[in-house]
Design a binder for this molecule. Structure first.
Ligand SMILES: NC(=O)c1ccc[n+]([C@@H]2O[C@H](COP(=O)([O-])OP(=O)(O)OC[C@H]3O[C@@H](n4cnc5c(N)ncnc54)[C@H](OP(=O)(O)O)[C@@H]3O)[C@@H](O)[C@H]2O)c1
Length: 254
C-alpha cells in the first residue's frame, strides 16, 4: 500500500468541496481527509456542514471548516473563497460538486426561474468559483479543479434538459479552464452516472421499476462510495499529466 499511499497522498493539502455535506460530496470530503487533506465543506444547510465537518475531524484528525453558501448565487462565492484563504491560506483542490436537477412534468411547465436556478448552480457557480480560486492557484504555482458533471450531458433524457445543457456547458468550460490555468493548474471533469444519493431518490432512481440500470455495463446504480477512487485520482498528483479531460465513473452508460 505504501506506493499507492504516496501517489494519492494529500497530506497538508486543502480541498474545498461544494455540496460536501451529503451524497457524493460527503464521500469525497471524507476520502480527501483520509488521504491527509484539510477540507472545506460548503453547502446551503449550515447544520449539515457543521455535522459533517465535526465527523471528519473526529474520524481523521484533519481540520474541517463548515461554510454556508448558495453556490447558485454569484455574490456569495467571494465570501466562501475569502473565508477559505483566511483560514487555510491556500486551496490545492477545488471540487465543484454541488448540483441538482428539479423534476418537471412537461417542458412548457419549466419556468424561467427553474431554468435559471439549474444553470446558476450547475454552471455559473462553478465558473465563478473556478475563476476566483483558479487564479490564486496559478499565483501559488499549483492546483487541481474537479468539476462534477453528469452522463446526462452526453445522453440527455427528456426529463433533464436544462440540467443536461448546464452540465454540457460545464464539460466545455472545463476544457477552456484547463487551457486558461495551465500549465500550473489542472482542470478536469468527473462525470457521474447514477448513484444512490438524495438527488437520485428525488429522480426516482432508488425505486426504478423500468430496470434502466440493466442497460449499464455494470447493470446497477453506484454506491456513493464508488466515486472516491476517481475523485482522488483527479484531486491528487496521481493525475499529474491529466487535464481538460472527462473521466466517466458511470457504470458504463450505453
Ligand atoms: N447521484 C447521481 O445519480 C448523479 C448523477 C450524475 C451527476 N450527479 C452530480 O453529482 C453531484 C453531486 O450529486 P449528489 O447525488 O451527491 O447530490 P445530493 O445527494 O443531492 O447532494 C447535493 C449536495 O449539494 C448541496 N447543494 C445543493 N444545492 C446547493 C446550492 N444551491 N448551493 C450549495 N450547495 C448545494 C447539498 O447540500 P444543501 O442541501 O445543504 O445545500 C448537498 O450537499 C451533482 O453535481 C450532481 O449533478 C449525480
Amino acid at each position: 500500500m505504501g506506493y499507492a499511499d504516496d501517489v494519492f497522498d494529500l497530506t497538508d493539502r486543502v480541498v474545498l468541496i461544494t455540496g460536501g455535506s451529503r451524497g457524493l460530496g460527503r464521500e469525497m470530503a471524507f476520502a480527501a481527509a483520509r488521504c491527509g487533506a484539510d477540507v472545506v465543506i460548503a453547502s446551503r444547510n449550515m447544520d449539515n456542514c457543521v455535522a459533517v465537518a465535526k465527523e471528519i475531524q473526529a474520524q481523521t484528525g484533519r481540520a474541517a471548516m463548515a461554510y454556508q453558501v448558495h453556490v447558485g448565487r454569484w455574490d456569495q462565492l467571494d465570501g466562501l473563497v475569502d473565508a477559505t484563504y483566511d483560514r487555510f491560506g491556500k486551496v490545492d483542490t477545488l471540487i465543484n460538486n454541488a448540483g441538482m436537477s428539479p423534476l418537471y412534468d412537461k417542458l412548457s411547465n419549466v419556468t424561467e426561474k427553474l431554468f435559471d436556478a439549474v444553470v446558476n448552480l450547475n454552471l455559473k457557480g462553478p465558473f465563478r468559483l473556478s475563476a476566483l480560486v483558479g487564479e490564486r492557484m496559478v499565483a501559488a504555482g499549483r492546483g487541481s479543479i474537479v468539476n462534477v458533471s453528469s452522463t446526462g450531458s452526453l445522453r440527455p433524457g427528456a426529463d433533464i434538459i436544462p440540467y443536461a445543457a448546464a452540465k454540457a456547458g460545464l464539460n466545455a468550460m472545463t476544457e477552456g479552464l484547463a487551457r486558461a490555468f495551465g500549465p500550473m493548474v489542472r482542470v478536469n471533469t468527473l462525470m457521474a452516472g447514477p448513484y444512490l444519493t438524495d438527488v437520485s431518490k428525488a429522480w426516482g432512481l432508488d425505486q426504478d421499476k423500468t430496470n434502466r440500470f440493466g442497460q449499464l455495463s455494470l447493470q446497477r446504480a453506484g454506491d456513493p462510495r464508488e466515486i472516491v477512487g476517481a475523485a482522488l485520482f483527479l484531486a491528487s498528483d496521481a493525475s499529474s499529466f491529466t487535464t481538460g479531460s472527462i473521466l466517466r465513473a458511470d457504470g458504463g452508460i450505453p
